[in-house]
Design a protein around this ligand. Structure first.
Ligand code: DAT
Ligand code: MG
Length: 153
């Protein structure tokens, strides 16, 4: 099985009608969607997701933001997907994210940044477990996998 990562289109991404645009970028890149869930994240779950930031001045605001309205949570699969997704997200806030990245193209806020992506294999594993049970993650083949992931050797 190839590497997996967790992404969350946060409440501002849904409210601003950007979910399709964001998913489209990952689809066109060739990542395999293996799980998805649309839900309003509870405050408790938001606290667990962002546990590493507990105690920081922005923590309570961050928890409130993430749990304020529905979000779309997905698991994407591909070799190297964790780092590729992080590059596609751009820097943490849109005001200094590079154009061409999701945050750079669609956000200019210093608080709302549209999307979350796990930052390491350890984070990805922990975060996927917070949102999905094993039977909610679907193992299947993409018909164009050779073209998407071929190595020309
Ligand atoms: P990233 O989402 O790029 O991994 P992070 O893990 O450092 O960034 O922070 C998690 C979230 O916390 C981020 O998406 C938005 C919020 N955040 C981080 N730093 C912040 C700050 N200085 N002020 C307000 N919110 C902040
Ligand atoms: Mg982070």
């Amino acid at each position: 099985m190839a590497e997996r990562t967790l992404i969350i289109i946060k409440p501002d991404g849904i409210q601003r009608h950007l979910a399709g645009e964001i998913i489209g970028r990952f689809e066109k890149k060739g990542f395999k969607l293996v799980a998805a869930k649309f839900m309003q994240i509870s405050e408790e779950l938001a606290r667990r997701l962002y546990a590493v930031h507990k105690g920081k001045p922005f923590f309570e605001g961050l928890v409130k933001y993430l749990s304020s309205a529905p979000a779309l949570i997905m698991v994407l699969e591909a070799e190297g997907v964790i780092d590729m997704v992080r590059k596609m997200l751009g820097a943490t806030f849109g005001y200094d994210a590079e154009p061409g990245t999701i945050r750079g193209d669609f956000s200019s806020s210093r608080g709302y940044n549209l999307i979350h992506g796990a930052d390491s294999p350890e984070s990805a594993e922990r975060e996927i477990k917070l949102f999905f049970s094993p039977d909610e993650i679907i193992d299947y083949e993409l018909a164009d996998a050779d073209w998407l992931y071929g190595k020309n050797d």
